[in-house]
Design a protein around this ligand. Structure first.
Ligand code: G3I
Length: 397
């Protein structure tokens, strides 16, 4: 009996520590905050602290550093947005998110229009944030970012009107007739887009439709497609056009950056919309890539979309790796960033590039892909990485 009690106590102690690559902290986290031996708890973003092998971290538990001092850094003195505009692009931009803004070191770089001429709110214009209850709109988070962009003179990409994810439960779990859901989409897109009308038309574009397809090119099964079929797309686009006639209206997706069924499905959708006079101005290619696996036909795909009489933009670029970072991975990441940027440079209809936050400190990757990260051009301490030089090389070479 005594032995059993000892064993139970031991198990409790063991289970009170997170395993390697397990979560060990962050906003809302109620689990263990220490790591098993050989690991340190590293803050990767406010929502996600992760147990990483101590050899891959430069500090003790709770450090914000993920880049040992010995790793190579960027050396370019050129500024991304300045260079992008100099070669005829509209902007080089970054996603951001409201919880990051109190971080003054972070915001100082975000506000620097030499680096960033455009901002995409990563979460605060999504449906769950803007219409949590039917007909009850809250714009405070989106407004904070729109105000920041306006103060800086930066463009805004509205993100997004209709997406299967981050829906409030009244939409995601609702049972609607086609007529009811049509009205709901029209009201949501119309109210959201008109709230930022002028702001975003001068500020550029809306991702009206986000991620409508499965990877095999079939339509994603969600409340929109299941209730309305493909017609949810024109319903949303027409509502957005009516709400802000000058905003560029985009459809945005991932895994359309290379030839395959999903890219084909997106091209077919654009052709259908164009042939039926539905307003659509652009295709956003998200470009969430993996180091060493960047598609080689990106430029061709960009040209094929542009040939359909739309513009294109790289909307959510990041290039992740399996941690820990090494010199070789960072060198490959630099090459990968250069190749992606060069593809956009080569296509006149590719209007701009947005990275999906600029620093590893606030990247979404570790929270979604445990054991992976270091996807951004700035490290978690705001030091520019070789990837930054790759961006400049892609813009200039
Ligand atoms: O707001 C809640 C907070 O109340 C709670 O305490 C906390 C606990 O986990 O979660 C918070 O919500 C998080 C939300 O971001 C807001 O920060 C979610 O957990 C988290 O899953 C969510 O992640 C976002 C993700 O979309 C959701 O799919 C990322 O930040 C955001 O960068 C990411 O962005 C998407 C694009 O919109 C579309 N393309 C892919 C891209 C990356 O997934």
């Amino acid at each position: 009996m005594k032995n059993l009690a000892l064993l139970l106590a031991f198990v409790t102690v063991v289970s009170a520590q997170s395993q390697e690559f397990g979560q060990c902290g962050g906003i809302g986290w109620t689990g263990p905050t220490t790591c098993v031996a050989g690991n340190s708890c590293v803050q990767l973003n406010p929502y996600f602290f992760q147990c990483l092998p101590s050899s891959s971290t430069s500090g003790s538990g709770g450090s914000t550093s993920t880049a040992p001092a010995a790793l190579p850094t960027g050396t370019s003195t050129a500024s991304t947005n300045t260079v992008a505009k100099g070669i005829g692009k509209l902007y080089f931009g970054s996603a951001t998110d409201n919880p990051e803004l109190p971080d003054t070191a972070y915001e100082t770089i975000l506000n620097n229009t030499g680096f960033f001429g455009q901002i995409t709110p990563g979460n605060s214009m999504k449906w769950d944030a803007t219409e949590p209850e039917e007909g009850v709109f809250t714009f405070s988070g989106g407004d904070q970012i729109a105000n920041l962009a306006r103060a800086n003179g930066q463009l805004i990409r509205g993100h997004n009107c209709v997406w299967y994810n981050q829906l409030p439960s009244w939409v995601a779990n609702g049972v609607f007739t086609a007529a009811q859901l049509t009205t709901i989409i029209q009201n949501h897109c119309g109210t959201l887009v008109s709230h930022y009308a002028g702001e975003i038309s001068s500020s550029y574009a809306w991702d009206v439709i986000n991620e409508p397809f499965n990877d095999d090119g079939t339509w994603r099964s969600d409340v929109f497609f299941n209730t309305l079929g493909e017609s949810f797309v024109p319903i949303a686009l027409q509502a957005a056009r009516a709400a802000d006639p000058k905003a560029k209206l985009y459809i945005n997706d991932y895994n359309i950056e290379f030839a395959g069924p999903k890219a084909t499905a997106m091209m077919s959708l654009i052709q259908t919309l164009k042939s039926t006079n539905v307003p659509v101005d652009g295709v956003g290619l998200q470009c969430h890539f993996i180091v060493g696996e960047v598609p080689t036909d990106l430029e061709t795909i960009l040209q094929e979309f542009v040939a359909l009489d739309v513009e294109v933009a790289i909307t959510e670029l990041d290039i992740r790796m399996t941690l820990p970072e090494t010199d070789a991975l960072l060198a490959q990441q630099k090459t990968d960033y250069q190749n992606v940027i060069a593809a956009c440079k080569a296509v006149a209809g590719c209007v701009g590039i947005t990275i999906w936050d600029y620093t590893d400190k606030y990247s979404w990757i570790p929270g979604t892909f445990p054991g992976q990260g270091a996807a951004c051009p700035w490290d978690a301490n705001f030091i520019r990485k070789p990837a930054y030089d790759g961006i400049i090389a892609g813009l200039t070479a």
